[in-house]
Design a protein around this ligand. Structure first.
Ligand code: AMP
Ligand code: ZN
Length: 132
């Protein structure tokens, strides 16, 4: 995709701090990190989001390997892995990417999804099951 910033990083047109690369996957530092070591993992083939990622099993292996490296490098006490799909969900770059965000005691990162008690659980679950 000619207009995609992450494709440009893959093609070397714009710089990035790369941490891992293979034939199908690239991982590099987020330019606005939430914590030390905040890394993005992307497929080299351009897809916008998770709905287009059904043939990308290799992303899982890359996520596990890069998570392990990031955790080890900075002795992170935990990690959040997040991935946004669609503007309403906070997606800003429309090339599939996973955020690996190392967590440290006192880092003051807030992951704040408001929760409520589940209601009509079976109705909701069956609505999703019907789609398979
Ligand atoms: P999202 O909101 O999930 O789409 O996240 C996009 C992420 O890409 C943000 O965390 C940005 O800081 C990051 N980002 C945008 N441009 C670049 C870039 N050129 N190099 C590294 N990270 C970038
Ligand atoms: Zn792209």
């Amino acid at each position: 995709m000619s207009n995609c910033i992450f494709c440009k990083i893959i093609d070397g047109e714009i710089p990035a701090h790369k941490v891992y690369e293979d034939e199908k996957v690239l991982a590099f530092l987020d330019v606005n990190p939430s914590s030390k070591g905040h890394t993005l993992v992307i497929p080299k083939g351009h897809v916008e989001n998770i709905y287009e990622a059904s043939e990308m099993d290799y992303m899982w292996d890359a996520l596990v390997e890069v998570s392990d490296a990031v955790k080890t490098a900075f002795d992170a006490e935990g990690l959040n892995i997040s991935q946004n799909n669609g503007e309403v969900a906070g997606q800003e770059v429309f090339h599939l990417h996973f955020h690996i965000t190392p967590r440290y005691t006192g880092d003051e990162i807030e992951v704040d999804y408001k929760r409520e008690e589940l209601e009509k659980g079976e109705e909701i679950a069956s609505k999703i099951r019907e789609v398979f």
